[in-house]
Design a protein around this ligand. Structure first.
Ligand code: URA
Length: 234
């Protein structure tokens, strides 16, 4: 098995975070610094920062959090900013965020130690609809949203067709629900920037059928068995 999948299966980090740990030389296999893509057997001794990784089966944990703004979605931040890990209540095991919400964005975030689920949910092929409530400065019309619906060029690639509709509009601001099926960096903000609009506030309100409702900012709760089964079936 690849070392990054091994670490994800053990609930240490998502595969991407595991790659970062490996590149930083923090992971050893039988005492030798692991390289990206190295293979590992269950009988090998794997350490992270010198600590052996337990070979026992882990218990899977799944949470939904209402991420507040001003918090980064990483396990540790090289700029010393507050991370979602700082918000975990006592008793929550070693979980990591599934995908990212940017620093200024709030809303629905899944945290788990299930590396396979994290991998599937964030894989571009999975195309799960994610809905955001975006508050835009000034007035907008439904017609203004057409370029966003049909595709905006970001980093030289067109964004996929998406849904967007106005929820409320007045002279000061417009609230728009946007549903995208991909996860480019700062995608919603950049789609609005491309049509000359500034996103003042952005919140993810759902991932597929999973809804944020009922959680205050910074709060989290375990996912129900039904919610876990739903996400595993995606
Ligand atoms: N789009 C953004 O602009 N930011 C996010 O965090 C998610 C989607």
């Amino acid at each position: 098995m690849r070392i990054n999948k091994f670490l994800a299966d053990k609930g240490i980090a998502s595969r991407r975070h595991a790659d970062e740990m490996i590149s930083a030389g923090r992971v050893k296999i039988n005492g030798v610094i692991a390289t990206l893509g190295a293979s590992v057997e269950e009988t090998d001794e794997v350490t992270l920062d010198g600590q052996p990784i337990a070979q026992t089966e882990k218990k899977e944990e799944y949470y939904i959090m209402n991420k507040p703004k001003g918090v980064v979605c990483t396990v540790s931040d090289d700029r010393g900013r507050k991370t979602v890990m700082d918000l975990l209540p006592e008793g929550v095991g070693r979980v990591f965020p599934v995908g990212r919400l940017d620093y200024a964005t709030e809303g629905l975030l899944i945290l788990t130690n299930d590396g396979d689920m994290a991998f599937r949910l964030t894989h571009p092929k999975t195309e799960i609809p994610k809905t955001y409530m975006a508050k835009i400065e000034g007035t907008l019309t439904e017609k203004d949203l057409n370029p966003i619906r049909s595709g905006i060029e970001l980093d030289g690639v067109l964004t996929k067709k998406c849904k967007a509709h106005i929820v409320e509009t007045n002279k000061a601001y417009t609230k728009v629900h946007v549903t995208i099926t991909e996860g480019k960096n700062r995608q919603v903000r950049r789609m609005f920037e491309a049509i000359g609009k500034n996103v003042e506030f952005l919140k993810r309100v759902s991932i597929g059928q999973l809804k944020l409702s009922g959680l205050d900012r910074g709060q989290m709760r375990p996912l129900t068995a039904e919610e876990i089964a739903y996400l595993k079936g995606l």
